[in-house]
Write a protein that binds this ligand. Sequence first.
Ligand code: PEP
Ligand code: CO
Length: 457
Amino acid sequence: MSERWTPDSWQRHEARQLPDYPDTEALADATRELGTLPPLVFAGEARDLQRRIADVAAGRAFLLQGGDCAETFADFDPDAIRDSFRVILQMAAVLTYASKLPIVKMGRMAGQFAKPRSQATETQGDLTLPVWRGDSVNGIAFTEQARRHDPARMLRAYGQSAATINHLRAMSSGGYANLREVQSWTHAFMAESPWAERYRAVADRIGDALDFMEACGVGPHNQPGLQTVQFFTGHEALLLPYEQALTRIDPASGKHYATSAHFLWVGDRTRFAGSAHVEFLRGIANPLGMKCGPGLEPDALLTLLDTLNPAREAGRITLITRLGSDAIGRRLPQLIRAVEREGHPVAWCCDAMHANVVRTAAGIKTRPFDRILSEARDYFAIHRAEGSFPGGIHVEMTGQDVTECTGGAVAITADALSDRYRTYCDPRLNAAQSLELAFLVGEMLDREMRTRASEAA
Ligand code: PEP
Ligand code: CO
């Protein structure tokens, strides 16, 4: 991979999980048009995010990534965007209060349209068709027409991403993100929850802290930070023709930035050494994520880190481990030791969703809350034992009241999953489960920060 990088040099590498577009002219038309459209994010914002992730790596901040497994054209709904945004802010408020750390907030939103799949085709009855690869590639309906790989879909995904990021930016800066409001939503929400007693104390104390500050004359009128948030976007950089078309040179630095999102990650299925996806990402200057599944060997990880971050820039790489509640105890210590030994400056983030999928007796894909929690607990314990910082969590969630993951205080049973099972891809935590996870992770992070403080004393 020592050859010169260009935005299209990935095309000379092994590409997995990419669509094949039979109509090359239609592909050229779509990418040409994408190339003329405005960037969705600025390079300066991506640099700012990188500085914040450097703080995460150094134990001075915590990263919260959340959103749908797959955004879809059918579910494009401003209320759903608002609700997921709101739950992420609530989770962040709980985590901030528990840990006293700034929380770096990032949505798996405004660009999460392309999905890696385990099979290339799907068969129903006598008919075998290409599998659905996310709405930016083809349609989910089981017809030949819908499953065709259509490059024009990239333009629609861009349009929806632009509208979504606009909505997120408006909510972030237009007053919707007022901390007092965030607190009162959490309070109202908790009053109806069976676990209200357990968490009321924390929610009340956040309110008390705001009252105290207000009495001291500190409020949104003189501290705009109390009603605005910095909200970043990120998605898996799977659909390379799309990402390439939105890659631009930043005049200030002269570097190439992907402008489809602040943060891009490489998925567990496309992060093999020498892959087209790794080739593309190594040349863009955005902060990057890498999903690390149980099959990733420490040596392979180090090779990837050398490729993606040869200059060892702080904040450049976030390792998003998704090892599973059964394998994290065996796999995570080795990965941490390898990275520490080589001195690569990474931020660690725990995706406790992707390796904890089970099927119910009825064949429904779900994720038991207990397994998610177990992976999160082990993640904190292992980082403590290894002396590294458990820097963040990555969750598939929605602000809607879906029934896709079993368990949690509301105790969704396997039988109840079919009530409101709405995901197009992986099962998500609903609003209550997301908030519950934030409270529990907040307790773990609080303990970690107290232990660090006493060690430093
Ligand atoms: C995802 O994040 O939806 C995904 C496909 O993850 P992974 O690459 O970890 O399997
Ligand atoms: Co997923």
